[in-house]
Design a protein around this ligand. Structure first.
Ligand SMILES: Cc1cc2nc3c(=O)[nH]c(=O)nc-3n(C[C@H](O)[C@H](O)[C@H](O)COP(=O)(O)OP(=O)(O)OC[C@H]3O[C@@H](n4cnc5c(N)ncnc54)[C@H](O)[C@@H]3O)c2cc1C
Length: 217
């Protein structure tokens, strides 16, 4: 593990209480696999885990997609301004696509859990990965994060991207899910519902690759 100095170059509000942070590294040796997360150290010393939402094709900067919570991380986010110097530890995590698994890939994401999915999907398309891609997405309050990326890809048939209540999406896509590699990301409550819904549809959730963001902010 290595600590990297970085500068927050842009802060965009993607939806109410959801920010995209663009972070540029001052050194050039940060590398990550799509789906991994970093430990983000705010200028005041608080640190929180955030997942990289961008693909590794642009290695000098990363995008993070973050729900502003009620805790100390949320408070630090509200004070963060473009130009702030931060420290990034990592990358960490094994929410990564197994290269040797040839099955279609089905992502199940809730809210900002779309961050690692965006990174992996953009990377799969950039590297011309042949596996069919489905994204089943449960947004918070109908705010489809990264619709600007996913909608054109769904329209031209590069991926399937559907949104709604996750129980409904799992029931509707039961057959495709049975034969797919499943990767699920989001806060704990969402992941528990994914597990129950998979079971309720006769699908064993134990083989799924899962990234937990912890309790709901
Ligand atoms: C591996 C990993 C990756 C992650 N990636 C992402 C990501 O990409 N995007 C993302 O949005 N999040 C992500 N998270 C979650 C993130 O790290 C934080 O846990 C989350 O943002 C909450 O941080 P916080 O400081 O606001 O709350 P914390 O201080 O960590 O408190 C946890 C929870 O306690 C409650 N709480 C705490 N203080 C108060 C208070 N004063 N009043 C009321 N309630 C309170 C809130 O529900 C809060 O969310 C990830 C977590 C992990 C473990």
């Amino acid at each position: 593990m290595q600590t990297h100095a970085a500068i927050v170059t842009e802060i965009q509000e993607l939806a109410p209480a959801v920010l995209q942070l663009t972070v540029a590294f001052t050194d050039r040796d940060f590398e990550f696999e799509p789906g991994q997360w970093v430990n983000f150290q705010f200028p005041e010393g608080v640190s929180r885990a955030y997942t990289i939402a961008s693909a590794p094709q642009r290695p000098d900067a990363v995008q993070l997609c973050v729900r502003v919570g009620a805790g100390r991380g949320g408070e630090a986010l509200k004070k963060l301004i473009p130009g702030a110097t931060v420290a990034i530890d990592g990358p960490f995590g094994d929410f990564v696509l197994p290269q040797q698994d040839g099955r279609p890939v089905a992502f199940l994401a809730g809210d900002t859990g779309i961050a690692p999915v965006r990174s992996i999907v953009l990377h799969m398309l950039a590297t011309k990965d042949k596996r069919p891609i489905s994204v089943l997405y449960e947004p918070d309050q109908r705010h489809i994060l990264y619709a600007g990326d996913f909608d054109p890809l769904a329209r031209d048939g590069s991926i399937v991207h559907v949104s709604g209540k996750i129980e409904t999406l799992i029931a509707r896509n039961r057959r495709a899910l049975e034969s797919s590699l499943k990767m699920a990301a989001g806060f704990d409550g969402f992941l528990a519902r994914v597990q129950s819904a998979l079971r309720a549809n006769g699908i064993d959730p134990s083989g799924a690759i899962v990234e937990s963001f912890g309790p709901e902010p």
